[in-house]
Design a protein around this ligand. Structure first.
Ligand SMILES: Nc1ncnc2c1ncn2[C@@H]1O[C@H](COP(=O)(O)OP(=O)(O)OP(=O)(O)O)[C@@H](O)[C@H]1O
Length: 259
């Protein structure tokens, strides 16, 4: 049963289908750094929302607020689900556990039975294409495989909302494009909504139903651009004029916010 966790004293009502809603969110750290100012972002069921912006504009802070690791100093954050998955730039695998036992970790921490988590982990391992690697240790995996393991670990919780903090930033271009395709397939098949952070404009356009462009610090929203391309995406869509026009639009907005 989803819960509404309004991370603010104010009670907020959000339209049906809203999984997370940031309203006029600001973040001032105790040392005086203002990372965010007046940020409004809504992620609804069926949406994949990517946030792009210059380094230090507060993108990771937004996800930390979404996950409850930080509390916004102003504004309202409404979270209408308790099934949230996280994937960060570092796969954060336990070096002494093999792939299967890493994937089982969250289910184990949530108290799922041994048989239940074994079954969940196996299904997630198959979803991310890691069958045959269950007994591999993290140090035997490529960067892409480590990310797949991290993704599988969160999939065991059947997330309704998935938060991604630049998960593919450290991967080579080919692996990154392949994982983008697999992520879209999972988004379509599993039906979670996504909030994704990246520095790559083409990755943002390729993955998203909506791209939010932020300014330099303190980060505020410069523009929100809808991506009306069909899902799942055909990899060759990257070479179409429609795709190029959207990339141009996002890049323009980024430059505008960087002045
Ligand atoms: N706990 C903290 N205390 C003080 N300042 C912080 C804290 N956490 C982050 N900051 C500052 O807030 C700003 C936003 O940081 P954040 O990591 O959210 O940016 P970002 O947009 O994700 O950056 P990047 O793209 O480089 O990862 C930065 O200037 C950072 O130094």
């Amino acid at each position: 049963m989803p819960v509404a966790a309004t991370r603010d004293a104010t009670t907020s009502t959000t339209p049906p289908g809203t999984l997370i809603d940031f309203r006029d969110v600001a973040m001032r750290f105790p040392n005086g750094t203002v990372a965010l100012s007046g940020v409004d972002i809504t992620v609804r069921r069926g949406e994949f929302v990517t946030v792009v912006g210059p380094s230090g504009c507060g993108k990771s802070t937004l996800l930390r607020i979404a996950s409850g690791l930080e509390t916004a100093s102003d504004g309202t954050v409404t979270v209408n689900t308790d099934r949230i998955g996280y994937v960060f730039q570092d796969a954060t695998l336990l070096a002494w556990r093999d792939v299967r036992r890493n994937v089982e970790l969250l289910a184990e921490l949530n108290g799922m039975s041994r048989a239940g988590r074994r079954q969940k982990a196996q299904a997630a391992i198959e979803l991310v294409g890691l069958e045959g690697f269950e007994k591999h240790m993290p140090k035997q995996l490529s960067g892409g495989m480590r990310m797949r393991t991290s993704l599988a670990r969160s999939l065991t919780l059947d997330p309704e909302l998935f938060l991604f903090d630049e998960p593919f930033g450290a991967l080579d271009e080919i692996t990154r494009e392949r994982l983008n395709d697999e992520l879209i397939r999972l988004f379509v098949e599993q039906g979670f909504a996504g909030m994704f952070i990246t520095h790559s404009v083409s990755e943002a356009v390729y993955l998203s139903t909506k791209v939010v462009v932020m300014s330099g610090r303190p980060g505020h929203i410069v523009r929100t651009i809808d991506v009306p391309l069909p899902m799942p995406r055909d990899p060759d869509i990257r070479y179409t004029p429609e795709f190029a026009a959207l990339v141009g639009e996002v890049s323009h907005a980024l430059r505008e916010g960087h002045r």
